[in-house]
Design a protein around this ligand. Structure first.
Ligand SMILES: [Zn+2]
Ligand SMILES: [Zn+2]
Length: 292
């Protein structure tokens, strides 16, 4: 892509536990242990600004490898150090790479960090905030993560089991297109109510986004075997597809992310993945770029 573009690279599409998930002996996790090409990193994006600056959304434990994916997708050579970090919430998979900015690894100081005050408080309590210059960020107030990057970010409040911090989606406002990054929320009813919208379509169109990367943690209820799924609430992809139906003219591209290792749609040849794409939607892929 030309210099001066704003590009977003998808560097992870899995739920917080990744694939393989620790201690799991399911077929997908075992096959990822035996074939590195099948490893899926927790959800995260890297955005390159117009001025070549690089901005991280979510800091996962796979950060070194994910920065590698970003630099190769963007053709940027090897050493890529983020110029800013923005976080949606304080659940494990979204922040467990934040320590890598510190002395033991990258040794950074003063990296601009954007998150709600409650997320910043969690980082402070866990003594993870010293490499950063934290900016308490309010929902609805767009900001440039660095001067000259050529795009803006905006937090969008969403309901999620908020035991450590509140939770936000992130709107990325590029020069040509905007994108909504919504990895986690509890259910569409509450999210749409909070947004004052009657349908997913109405909400996304009202935000003017051309792309929406949305929570696709589970395909359907009952996916966790014996575990109580009420403890980990997410709208299932089945439900989202039922609410969305087929893609229509004027709809944004909807890309499901944050897939759990149990989600059958991770297998491209599954009936579930085929059904989803027959409706006109897609599953996120590590290493793909979106021109904003
Ligand atoms: Zn998550
Ligand atoms: Zn597994």
């Amino acid at each position: 892509m030309a210099a001066g573009d704003v590009e977003l690279v998808v560097v992870g599409i899995a739920q917080d536990g990744g694939v393989p998930q620790a201690g799991c002996s399911c077929e997908r996790c075992v096959s990822a242990l035996n074939d590195p090409a099948k490893i899926l990193y927790p959800v995260s994006c890297v955005i390159r600004g117009m001025d070549g600056s690089v901005h991280l959304v979510e800091a996962t434990r796979s950060l070194p490898l994910q920065l590698g994916i970003a630099s190769s997708s963007l053709g940027m050579g090897d050493s890529l150090i983020p110029d800013s970090v923005t976080l949606t919430h304080a659940h494990l998979g979204h922040i467990d790479g934040i320590g890598q900015f510190g002395k033991e690894a990258m040794g950074q100081r003063g990296v601009p960090l954007f998150a709600s005050s409650s997320v910043i408080r969690v980082l402070d309590e866990r003594r993870l905030s010293s490499p950063f210059r934290a900016n308490e960020t309010l929902p609805g107030a767009s900001f440039s993560p660095t001067e000259g990057c050529g795009f803006e970010l905006e937090l969008v409040r969403v309901p999620h089991r908020d035991e450590y911090s509140d939770t936000h989606a992130i709107k990325v406002i590029g020069p040509n297109h905007s994108l909504l990054f919504l990895p986690d929320h509890d259910n569409w009813g509450q999210t749409l109510e909070m947004a004052g919208a009657d349908s997913i379509r109405e909400w996304l169109i009202s935000m003017g986004v051309g792309f929406a990367m949305i929570d696709g943690t589970f395909w359907s209820d009952g996916e966790l075997g014996g575990r109580d799924m009420a403890q980990v609430p997410h709208p299932t992809i089945s439900e989202s597809l039922e609410l969305l139906g087929e893609k229509r003219d004027g709809d944004p591209e909807i890309i499901f992310i944050h897939l759990n290792h149990t989600n059958p749609a991770l297998d491209e040849s599954s009936n579930q993945a085929k059904y989803l794409s027959s409706l006109g939607w897609s599953i996120g892929k590590q290493g793909t770029t979106i021109l904003l």
